[in-house]
Design a protein around this ligand. Structure first.
Ligand code: PLP
Length: 448
């Protein structure tokens, strides 16, 4: 293999295929991975000189685009001070300022912050925090019958909360392949999936089934954990705010905490700063990640109320029992601080509304393609759902030929571009999505 700095080569490509795991992939991996040598604005630059419009924002993260001067500068300046320092017994300006900014932006009542290294870890911490809080409460003879243990969680079907085992137990049991990992996974309680549609009314049948789960298990439920309004990797589905409001009411009635997983939706993606705002709901715990650093580094955070923090801290352990090695990494905090400064400036509001209009316009024609089952847009998220599995290789090739990077899964071709994408690139992005849909549908017909 040529030495470092020699650039991309056929040797690196074959080493990659043989030795390096990629997400949700076998090894060796028969699928081609496109080598990226640089990225700027909304464009990825490939080793062969082509550039692609990034429709994925690197999985919801790169909301301000690549190599944003403000983010680059924040990172470089922090590097001049220190890359990392432990957070046990020590602290630093970037972490404290970032926590203050998060509290300022977050829904009312969330003013205690825990920094985690990734979204999945933030979910793990949320689970531990809720269990510790409920234990502390019951030890003090709190609001429920003695002898009951609140050790279970309730979620809705069709969700995705991460790949670590605690988080996996909350993912949809079928799509999350719970059968592969059964011995590792606690059995939580699954409410039905709310019917699709942001504008849908609260369905009586869903309400009855969910209420019944609470009347049966209400004393066992420590917390309800859900993605608010947008279910991402579980199917790119939108549900109506009334469902989240109803879950909030049930939590209040039965003494469960409400945890909202805003890891994908946080920081404007759904058209509100946080998706739970669509329902006017303040959760007890909120997890953010993905776009927190503008896509530069892995960092997540959990926010909770003063009541939860104080209740837990008065309990048996006297402390939240979690402390990752790279907690509140200063580089990650510095770039997250810069990213949230851009968010606080407020341009995202105009940009997300503009993207929503362009996606609705540009994907409108998809309905006419035979094999397209549904087209939906919410905020800066556009989805084409097929009535069949997407042939990922074929769809990717068609999109790349149109100058667009997409990463379809299941029967979904979808995009959530950086907020800075302009009108021409949005039109091209929509064309790329349509080309990918056509490629899958034409091929399936040929096979059938
Ligand atoms: C991506 C995601 C996670 C997991 O985050 P990682 O940083 O990949 O561990 C959790 N919840 C939701 C809703 C996500 O989209």
């Amino acid at each position: 293999m040529p030495g470092a700095g020699a650039g991309w080569s056929a040797e690196l490509a074959s080493f990659d295929r043989e030795h390096v795991w990629h997400p949700y992939a076998p090894l060796p991996d028969p699928q081609e991975h496109l080598p990226v040598v640089g990225a700027k604005g909304v464009r990825l630059q490939l080793a062969d000189g082509r550039t692609l419009i990034d429709g994925m924002a690197s999985w919801w993260c790169a909301i301000h685009g690549y190599r944003h001067p403000r983010l680059d500068r924040a990172l470089a300046e922090q590097l001049g001070r220190m890359a990392h320092v432990m957070f046990g017994g020590l602290t630093h300006e970037g972490a404290v300022r970032l926590a203050a900014r998060l509290i300022e932006l977050a829904p009312d009542g969330l003013d205690r912050v825990f920094f985690a290294d990734s979204g999945s870890v933030a979910i793990e911490v949320a689970i531990k925090l809720c269990l510790q809080y409920q234990q502390a409460l019951s030890a003090r003879g709190g609001r429920r019958r003695p002898g009951t243990q609140r050790t279970r969680l309730l979620t809705i079907r069709g969700g995705y909360h991460g790949d670590t085992t605690g988080a996996m137990a909350l993912c949809d049991p079928v799509a999350g392949m719970h059968h592969l990992f059964r011995p590792l996974l606690p059995e939580h309680i699954f409410a039905p999936r709310p019917p699709a549609g942001f504008a849908a009314a609260l369905q009586e049948r869903w309400r009855e089934q969910t209420d019944a789960l609470f009347s049966r298990h209400g004393e066992e439920i420590a917390a309800v954990v859900v993605e608010p309004i947008v279910q991402g990797a579980g199917g790119m589905r939108f549900y109506a705010p009334a469902y989240l409001a109803h879950l909030r009411a049930l939590c209040d009635r039965y003494g469960a905490l409400l945890v909202v997983d805003e890891i994908a939706t946080g920081f404007g993606r759904s058209g509100r700063l946080f998706a739970c705002e669509h329902a006017g709901v303040s959760p007890d715990v909120m997890c953010v990640g993905k776009a927190l650093t503008g896509g530069y580094l892995s960092l997540a955070a959990l926010l909770c109320s003063e009541e939860v923090a104080a209740g837990l801290s008065a309990g048996e352990g006297g402390a939240l029992m979690h402390g990752p090695t790279f907690m509140a990494n200063p580089l990650a905090c510095a770039v997250a601080g810069a990213s949230l400064e851009l968010i606080a400036a407020g341009d995202w509001r105009h940009d997300v509304a503009r993207i929503e209009r362009a996606l609705a316009r540009g994907l409108g024609g998809a309905d006419a393609i035979e094999g397209v089952a549904d087209v939906r847009v919410l905020g800066a998220i556009g989805v084409i759902e097929l009535d069949r599995e997407v042939d990922v290789a074929r769809a990717t090739r068609a999109a790349v030929q149109a100058g667009v990077w997409l990463r379809p899964f299941g029967n979904l071709i979808y995009a959530m571009p950086p907020y800075i994408i302009d009108e021409d690139d949005l039109a091209a992005l929509c064309e790329g999505m349509l080309a990918a849909a056509r490629a899958c549908c034409a091929q399936s017909r040929a096979v059938a």
